[in-house]
Design a protein around this ligand. Structure first.
Ligand code: ADP
Ligand code: ZN
Length: 620
């Protein structure tokens, strides 16, 4: 039986294990149960694929991989087959003869990894197959991917996952490995309990994604900001733009498309086949920008997503981390870019306040929103704060906006007190609450019609903040909302239209008394954004190549697209960008030159080596 390291090199073409992979693989190959918590892109798949190959070689039979999504199964099986591994899936896309064929191969020991969804795994027919394998000592391993789906508290809960516990009783002695990218302790406990893995060894990786650059800026003109970001930093690259609502998805997708960007919408309100078609194009074509609600994402394994943009604020840090985590799975530089504004904060706070959850639950939701706001308003390292939220200590990262360009801060205490006392006084005077625009008019001394209508120009705070501009006051209000010094209510106007108003919140008092300072990041004009030389990939992977290598890289990509189309798989299943860039750089003349290039395993070398050499030599 080959060692895990030689399988890694031979089959997958990688040189060394990453982080805890080696320890996990040894433990599972040796027959131990494991729970693996690893961030997206950390390399979870190899943690069961290599033990599966090793145990098959040792005569122990087939590995069952439980996977929740068909798209995910297809990609994984496609990539394994490209690497020369006997992998198959059983799902509704197969017709009856195909199903029987897969089942027969599995029963005859020809399959190394079999992928199936949980509802199929617990069906009588499938369990019968497993029983047969087990009786002959031919069930080598069970891997349960996206294991957080077992947790009722998470947002991906799948009841069928709970039934997978029966595998523990039915097949004692067969090692099981559960894997997830969800970090929190509650989910972890749920997995161990729900899948009956009491003696599993738990492997926790760092949740840092060092190749992702975090960037948050104030929302001014969302579309213009987004266009600038995409065209200046990610022209022609694949990315995801997350929006709060379906309507906004439609609008943004259309606006981007009009600006010449290959953008497609995706949300749960679209017809299922259109949605599927858009997802397929995103996975298979180069450089598509998906504009989506959070309905899009789970199981999107595309490794070369170069950016994730939030044009509306997510609900909490867990969501932000998961969504941004879809960028840069291939380890190359990627951007997590978010814009947010006062209206986001008001909207989110109101949705919580007016929802029908129990008060105790609302207060948890508020706390989570505040943690995200604190991250957005932070003037120090964003990554450090993000990791701290997940209980991980770290140093300033050097790869977030605040580290790269420390923001200037200003003391907003005085402005905060003026805003708070205005909110207090207008309510005292008229018994009413007012929206942000009106409050700012009073503080800045704008005697608008509405201000006069209510006699608010007579308030003692009228015009007291005339030297603050609107930007500054908005920034202060965001902080006040974040720290619950200000609350939001929706009120109905006479004409039936609803609007949001502000009132004093629980923690206003110490601020009003001037006991707590309010420090804010200096609102920066977009033009001041530093234009640093960025090492971006694949553009950058190619940018660092000399002219000849760039031509080879482009030709290799074109060739890869043909192969992918022929095989009906996404391009990255054939070769990763990083592998193509390395080939282009090496300018290989012989097969020996190709061996050892990361991602070029023995099977790929055999299948594609000669063609790759041809592409490199002929097409220049
Ligand atoms: P996850 O499932 O944890 O999100 P994957 O298993 O899809 O991550 O791995 C992410 C990427 O990292 C894949 O392109 C994979 O081939 C690559 N990878 C995994 N392990 C290694 C390794 N030891 N060396 C180099 N690349 C690796
Ligand atoms: Zn940082």
């Amino acid at each position: 039986m080959s060692s895990p390291l030689s399988i890694l090199r031979q089959v997958f073409g990688y040189d060394s294990f990453r982080g805890p992979q080696a320890a996990i693989i040894d433990h599972v190959t040796g027959g131990g149960d494991a729970l693996v918590l690893m961030p997206t892109g950390g390399g979870k798949s190899l943690c069961y694929q290599i033990p599966a190959i090793a145990r098959q070689q040792a005569g122990l039979g087939v590995t069952l991989v439980v996977s929740p999504l068909i798209a995910l199964m297809h990609d994984q099986v496609g990539a394994l087959r490209e690497a020369g591994v006997a992998a198959a899936f059983l799902n509704s896309t197969l017709d009856w003869p195909q199903t029987l064929d897969v089942e027969r191969r599995m029963a005859e020991g020809e399959t190394t990894l079999l992928y199936a969804a949980p509802e199929r795994v617990v069906s009588e027919r499938f369990l019968g197959l497993l029983d047969g394998l087990y009786a002959q000592g031919q069930l080598a391993l069970v891997a349960i991917d996206e294991a957080h789906c077992v947790s009722q508290w998470g947002h991906d809960f799948r009841p069928e996952y709970r039934q997978l516990a029966l595998l523990a009783q039915r097949y004692p002695g067969v090692p099981r490995i559960a894997l997830t990218a969800t970090a929190d302790a509650l989910t972890r406990a749920d997995i161990l309990e729900g899948l009956q893995l009491p003696s599993a060894q738990v492997f926790i990786s760092s949740f840092d994604r060092p190749n992702i650059r975090y960037h948050v800026e104030e929302k001014k003109e969302p579309l213009a900001q987004l266009l600038r970001f995409i065209t200046q930093e990610h022209a022609g690259e694949a990315g995801i733009v997350y929006c709060q609502s379906r309507k906004r998805v439609e609008e943004m997708a259309q606006a981007l498309a009009q600006a010449g960007i290959a953008a497609l919408p995706y949300h749960a309100g679209m017809p299922a086949d259109t949605r599927q078609a858009h997802q397929d194009r995103f996975l298979r074509e180069d450089g598509i920008v998906m504009v989506a609600t959070i309905a899009f994402g789970m199981g999107i394994d595309k490794p070369d997503v170069r950016f994730v943009a939030h044009v509306d604020m997510p609900r909490n840090i867990e969501g932000y981390y998961q969504e941004t985590g879809r960028a840069g799975r291939d380890g190359l530089p990627a951007d997590a870019w978010m814009i947010y504004g006062l209206q986001d904060v008001v909207n989110q706070r109101r949705m919580i306040d007016e929802g029908d959850a129990a008060e105790a639950f609302k207060s948890i939701l508020r706390g989570k929103l505040d943690a995200l706001l604190a991250l957005a308003e932070a003037t120090d390292c964003r990554r450090q704060r993000l990791l701290a939220y997940f209980g991980e200590a770290s140093e300033p990262c050097g790869n977030c906006d605040n580290c790269l360009q420390p923001p200037a801060v200003w003391d907003g205490t005085d402005a905060a007190r003026k805003l708070l006392s205005t909110i207090y006084r207008v309510h005292e005077m008229s018994g009413l609450t007012f929206g942000t625009g009106h409050l700012m008019d009073i503080v800045r001394g704008n005697a608008t019609d509405k201000v006069r209508q209510f006699g608010h120009e007579r308030l003692s705070t009228f015009g007291l903040g005339a030297d603050y501009n609107e930007h500054q006051l908005r920034a202060v209000l965001r902080q006040l909302l974040a720290t619950q010094a200000v609350g939001v209510q929706r009120v109905l106007q006479g004409d039936g239209r609803a609007f949001d108003t502000l009132s004093l919140g629980a923690s206003a008092r110490p601020l009003l008394r001037g006991e707590v300072p309010v420090l804010l990041r200096q609102a920066s004009a977009p033009a001041r954004r530093a234009r640093k030389p960025r090492r971006h990939a694949p553009a950058a992977a190619a940018a660092e190549l000399d002219a000849g290598a760039q031509v080879r890289f482009i030709n290799l990509k074109a060739w890869r697209a043909e192969v992918a189309r022929e095989h009906g798989v996404p391009a990255y299943v054939v070769f990763l960008d990083t592998t193509l860039a390395a080939i282009a750089e090496r300018n290989p003349a012989t097969l020996a030159d190709l061996a050892g290039i990361p991602g070029m395993g023995a099977k790929r070398l055999e299948a594609y080596g000669a063609l790759v050499l041809q592409v490199c030599q002929e097409r220049i």
